[in-house]
Design a binder for this molecule. Structure first.
Ligand code: HEM
Length: 129
């Protein structure tokens, strides 16, 4: 279903689809909440954020466009503007993600590919020196 038009597998499919994205999100947010640089930016009730991230990462990795179906155009940089995101906070976000990828036991090869894909948006969302 999520094979791309050229017949190759999407990143979503390659890393294990819905189950992997779910596990990744569930591993990621406890790391975020425990992080002194970015934890305080998030609400105490993290469940709605986790759900949105599940929908977004599904689509970002090339799976079904679940986020857009519910929330329209992602406009992710704009949605992050209310929060002061410094380069250090982008580093912290990526560190939490790297640890989550390790925790769910994704192979080092796929881990690097996923992190590399997320680096560009993370630094693109920086809006504060
Ligand atoms: C660069 C460092 C980042 C920081 C500090 C950060 C922080 C935040 C914060 C504070 C929220 C709002 C939580 C709330 O609802 O109150 C949020 C929402 C969100 N973030 Fe990030 N974020 C970062 C990078 C990213 C990246 C790289 C992605 C995905 C590629 C991402 C995806 C999302 C999504 C999908 C939401 C929910 C948007 C919505 O409300 O619909 N974030 N983020």
């Amino acid at each position: 279903m999520d094979t791309q038009r050229d017949g190759t597998k999407s990143l979503y499919e390659s890393i294990g689809g819905a189950e992997t994205v779910r596990r990744l999100v569930e591993a990621f947010y406890p790391n975020v909440q425990a992080d002194p640089d970015i934890g305080p930016l998030f609400p105490e009730d993290i469940t709605p954020v986790m759900e949105k991230q599940y929908l977004f990462l599904t689509q970002f990795f090339g799976g079904p466009p679940l986020y857009s179906e519910q929330y329209g155009h992602p406009m992710m940089r704009a949605r992050h503007l209310p929060f002061p995101i410094t380069p250090e906070r982008a580093d912290a976000w990526l560190r939490c993600m790297k640890r989550a990828l390790e925790e769910i036991g994704l192979s080092p090869e796929w881990r690097d590919i996923v992190l590399e894909r997320l680096k560009a948006p993370a630094y693109h969302f920086v809006n504060t020196p």
